[in-house]
Ligand binder design. Structure first.
Ligand SMILES: [Fe+2]
Ligand SMILES: [Fe+2]
Length: 245
C-alpha cells in the first residue's frame, strides 16, 4: 500500500451511543456500508452497548467485522453497567477494533486519535470542586483522573494531526437541549483543558442524546456531539459525522 503523505487529508467518520442490544444483528449494516464508502477511519464515542453485557459487545463486533477501515473506540457509562467492560473490549478487539482508555491510536503515521471515557462534574464556574465529604472528593477525582489520562495520551502523539474522542462532553454548548438539571452529569470542562493545551483538529463525544451538535473549546477547537440519536435527528439517512482532518 502506498504511504500516505503527512499533509494528506484523512476522512474521519464519528458516531457514539450505538446502544447495541442482543437482538440488534443487522441494525448497523447500512451504517458500516456508508462508512466503508466515505471514510478512511471510524471513531466511536462510547455507549457502544446498551446494558454493558458481553453478549451485546459480541453482536456489535459482528456488525463491525464488515468494516474495511480501522475502527477506534472509547467506552461509555452504559458499557460499564453490566460489569463486563473488559469482555466488551475483548469482543471488539477480536474483530480488529482498537479500544482506547488514556492512550492513542496512530492512523497511517499521519493522524493520532487520543481517547478516554471522561466523566461528569459540570462546567465553567459551576464545576464541582473537591471539597467536603470524601465521596464528593472521589467524584471530582474521577474527572481529574480522566483529564490526566487524556493529557498523557495527547502528550505521546508525535504527529501534527490529532483528534480526540471521549464519551462525556468537554463543553457545555453541545449538551444544550438536555434538561438543565442534569448538565453536571453529562460532562465537565476539566476534559477540555488538555485538549486546549496540546491542540487538536476537533473533539468528538457522545452521551448527550438530546444535546446540540456543535460547540467549541475556550481555545476555539471544534467539538462535535455525535450521539447517534442526535445524528439521526440531523440526518436519518446517515447516522455519523464526517470530518476531513
Ligand atoms: Fe448513550
Ligand atoms: Fe452515556
Amino acid at each position: 500500500m502506498e504511504r500516505r503523505h503527512a499533509n494528506s487529508r484523512v476522512r474521519v467518520a464519528a458516531a457514539g451511543d450505538l446502544h447495541c442490544r442482543d437482538d440488534h444483528q443487522g441494525r448497523f449494516q447500512k451504517f458500516v456500508q456508508q462508512v466503508n464508502a466515505q471514510a478512511d477511519l471510524l471513531v466511536l464515542c462510547g455507549d457502544l452497548t446498551d446494558r454493558g453485557w458481553a453478549s451485546e459487545g459480541k453482536v456489535l463486533a459482528g456488525e463491525l467485522s464488515a468494516l474495511r477501515v480501522p475502527c477506534v473506540v472509547v467506552l461509555g457509562n452504559h458499557d460499564y453497567e453490566g460489569g463486563a467492560a473488559k469482555d466488551i473490549c475483548a469482543e471488539l478487539t477480536r474483530v480488529g477494533v482498537h479500544c482506547l482508555d488514556g492512550n492513542h491510536f496512530l492512523f497511517d503515521k499521519v493522524l493520532g486519535v487520543a481517547g478516554v471515557k471522561g466523566f461528569a462534574g459540570g462546567f465553567g464556574n459551576a464545576t464541582l470542586q473537591a471539597f467536603g465529604e470524601g465521596l464528593t472528593k472521589s467524584f471530582v477525582q474521577e474527572a481529574v483522573t480522566e483529564s490526566l489520562k487524556l493529557e498523557a495520551a495527547l502528550a505521546k502523539i508525535e504527529v501534527a494531526k490529532k483528534v480526540v474522542i471521549m464519551h462525556y462532553a468537554p463543553v457545555v454548548e453541545t449538551i444544550h437541549g438536555e434538561n438543565v438539571e442534569i448538565f453536571p452529569f453529562l460532562g465537565t470542562s476539566r476534559l477540555a483543558m488538555p485538549v486546549d493545551h496540546f491542540g487538536a483538529a476537533c473533539v468528538f463525544h457522545g452521551h448527550a442524546h438530546h444535546g446540540s451538535h456543535e460547540g467549541k473549546t475556550k481555545a476555539g477547537i471544534p467539538v462535535y456531539n455525535v450521539a447517534m440519536p442526535l445524528m439521526a435527528r440531523l440526518n436519518p439517512d446517515q447516522r455519523f459525522k464526517l470530518v476531513e482532518v
